[in-house]
Design a protein around this ligand. Structure first.
Ligand SMILES: [Zn+2]
Length: 237
């Protein structure tokens, strides 16, 4: 399997390149492109959250815990004192960072359901819904964010598979086929649960029309093709 550094590097470069294409096509603004690159990079680390005690797992749960702690505290700002808010914040943080992570680690198997296409789709729709409803972003940007997370996720799964090909001995390692799969066929129950979660998330997403309009429009690709190479000399301002 590919290690953390490889995943981080490849996802960052891949998302950066794709985000630049979106900028060139006129689909995203420069500020949005920065966000999209970061989201794509996070997507490239996300599948390994099933790896207990790994850096991405801790990082993701710490970030989640902070968001959750502030959401819990915000609701009580008007009525609670600062010390009470500290306690609410601390309890909410600990619940996600330690309790939820502990339960999650106990329930997941590495290279199980989180290394699958259904999981990648689940995170796409989850990111799109959160961006739209929680962060009040436009439907187009919310769908772009979800797509970049999905893109990074797939890059991760592909890398894991690539690393299970032993090039020197031209044979396949036993881990081949465990990363990029549609669902976890060894575990029907978790596969069904993840499929149900992905469907549920899909139905909660905002209208995909603005995103589809860009992706299915011939003009988008003409713009990309048109702007791909310099018109005459390279690097002339
Ligand atoms: Zn992996």
């Amino acid at each position: 399997m590919a290690n953390f550094k490889t995943h981080l590097g490849v996802a960052a470069v891949g998302s950066g390149l794709l985000a630049t294409v979106c900028l060139g096509a006129g689909m995203s603004s420069p500020q949005e492109v920065v966000t999209l690159s970061v989201v794509g990079t996070v997507g490239g680390l996300l599948p390994d959250i099933d790896l207990d005690h790994s850096s991405p797992t801790k990082l993701i749960f710490t970030a989640l815990a902070i968001v959750f702690a502030f959401l819990a505290a915000f609701n009580r700002v008007a009525s609670y004192s600062i010390i009470e808010l500290w306690i609410v914040w601390g309890v909410a943080y600990g619940a996600v960072r330690y309790l939820a992570l502990g339960v999650f680690s106990a329930l997941t198997v590495h290279r199980g359901i989180f290394h699958s296409l259904v999981a990648a789709l689940f995170f796409w729709f989850l990111a799109t819904s959160l961006s739209y409803y929680l962060f009040a972003l436009s439907a187009l940007f919310a769908w772009s964010i979800g797509f970049f997370l999905f893109f990074g996720y797939i890059v991760h799964l592909l890398l894991d598979e690539l690393f299970s090909v032993d090039l020197l001995n031209s044979r396949l390692k036993s881990s081949f086929g465990t990363a990029l799969k549609i669902a976890d066929f060894h575990n029907a129950r978790t596969s069904l649960l993840m499929t149900a979660a992905a469907l549920l998330m899909f139905f909660s997403t905002p209208s995909a029309q603005p995103f589809l309009d860009w992706v299915t429009n011939k003009q988008t690709y003409l713009n990309i093709a048109d702007r791909f190479l310099p018109e005459a000399l390279w690097f002339v301002l």
